[in-house]
Design a protein. Structure first.
Length: 88
C-alpha cells in the first residue's frame, strides 16, 4: 500500500498504463498470428494482405517501446521471406 498520496497516484497510473500496454501487445501478437496462419494455409495473397495489415501495427508498437525495434524488424524480415517463398 502506498504511504503518500503521490505514491498512490503513481500506483494507479502504473496500473492503468500496464493494462493499456498489455492490450496493445496482445493486439500486435494477434495480427502476427493472423499472418502466420495465412502463411500456413499456403495462400500467398491472403498472407500478403494480412502482412500489410499487420506491418503498421507492429511498427507502432516498436515506436511506442512495447516491443524492441530489432524484435519487430526480425519478425517482419522472417515473415516477408516466408511470404516470398510461397508459390502463387
Amino acid at each position: 500500500m502506498a504511504n503518500s498520496p503521490q505514491a498512490g497516484k503513481r500506483a494507479r497510473q502504473a496500473e492503468q498504463r500496464r493494462q493499456l500496454h498489455q492490450s496493445q501487445r496482445s493486439k500486435a501478437r494477434t495480427y502476427i498470428k493472423k499472418v502466420r496462419s495465412a502463411i500456413a494455409s499456403g495462400s500467398k495473397g491472403a498472407a500478403r494482405d494480412a502482412f500489410r495489415a499487420a506491418e503498421p501495427v507492429m511498427d507502432r508498437m516498436a515506436r511506442k517501446g512495447l516491443f524492441h525495434p530489432n524484435t519487430i524488424a526480425r519478425y517482419k524480415s522472417r515473415i516477408s521471406a516466408q511470404i516470398k517463398a510461397l508459390a502463387e
